[in-house]
Design a protein around this ligand. Structure first.
Ligand code: ZN
Length: 318
């Protein structure tokens, strides 16, 4: 329906996205960070500076666009993204949407769900932000972010899916999801398609959290795109090792799915609240969790495994 996508500095055609990282966070915080402001205050200049460094680093590898799908309640900050974009020239896409029930700030819309207005309220919020911008910034989200729990799509989460599908039908906006610990990929794809969403406008996220080829195929056969978007996250949040991700990815490429797969890291460049402290073992496991890891370490590995340059390019183009 639409061949354009909104970025934080305006609107571009989808073709002009160029080489894209589909899932990176310039800023992210688990809901609750607002309660820890004494020890973890938000330092805007630091966030901008760190964001600019990350932007410049990925641009050296030819990246033209980064999609930052931070949910509304997890520290989303479109103005900081705009500043990073203006300073560096990197195209940045932001989102509208809420996180999954287990780790999101659920009480606001659960209360409204109990009153029976939540789904209409969510629809109205999505439409308003997509049409007029987020709060008073005038910055429009380019995608709707959706998320589900491990092993189920709860009634809370389903409200967002239904509202998003309606908004998609009116606007053609792209939908990008979070799946938890390698579950519900096929179910998310089927639900959205049943609700009338164009499969080509769906990106099912964190699919690299599952190494079962049948799970992958069940999702890909619906025609959606998928994110192998957590390279560098090993063991943390129930994730597999990069080695396992590569094995699964190579199998999918052998099966001809290269047009439907996007690579990324789900990196977090600046934490809201206090940054997490990790023990040595965990710190070693996630030492490559940064937005140039795929270019520095994963692509060389894929080339050694015989993946062509042409196929590799596709993994960064929507
Ligand atoms: Zn993420």
């Amino acid at each position: 329906m639409v061949a354009y996508i909104d970025i934080v500095t305006g609107r571009i055609s989808v073709e002009d996205m160029g080489k894209t990282l589909i899932h990176e966070h310039f800023i992210f915080g688990y809901p609750g960070f607002t309660g820890d402001v004494t020890l973890g205050p938000f330092r805007k200049e630091e966030a901008v500076k760190a964001g600019m460094q990350a932007a410049i680093a990925v641009m050296k590898f030819g990246v033209k666009t980064v999609l930052d799908p931070t949910p509304n309640e997890c520290g989303r900050n479109p103005e900081v993204l705009k500043e990073i974009s203006k300073e560096t020239g990197l195209q940045i896409i932001c989102a509208t949407g809420y996180y999954y029930e287990g780790e999101g700030a659920t009480t606001y819309f659960k209360f409204r769900q109990s009153l029976g207005t939540a789904e209409a309220d969510i629809f109205e919020m999505f439409m308003k932000e997509i049409t007029d911008g987020i709060a008073t910034t005038g910055i429009r989200p380019g995608i709707i972010k959706l998320a589900t729990s491990k092993g189920e799509i709860t009634s809370y989460e389903r409200m967002f899916f239904e509202a998003a599908a309606k908004v998609h039908q009116e606007t053609g906006i792209m939908l990008l999801t979070h799946t938890q610990e390698g579950t519900m990929g096929p179910e998310q794809a089927r639900l959205l398609i049943e609700l009338g969403v164009d499969p080509e406008k769906i990106v099912i996220g964190h699919m690299c959290g599952n190494t079962d080829i049948n799970y992958q195929k069940k999702t890909l056969e619906t025609g959606v795109k998928i994110g192998f978007d957590r390279f560098g996250i090993q063991k943390l949040v129930g994730a597999p090792m990069d080695k396992e991700r590569i094995t699964t990815l190579l199998q999918l490429l052998e099966n001809g799915y290269e047009d439907q797969i996007m690579l990324s890291h789900d990196s977090i460049n600046y934490w809201m609240g206090r940054p997490p402290v990790m023990n040595d073992n965990l710190a070693t496991l996630v030492k490559n969790w940064h937005p140039t890891h795929v270019f520095e370490n994963i692509i060389p590995e894929l080339i050694r495994s015989g993946v062509s340059k042409k196929t590799l390019e596709k993994l960064f183009h929507l």
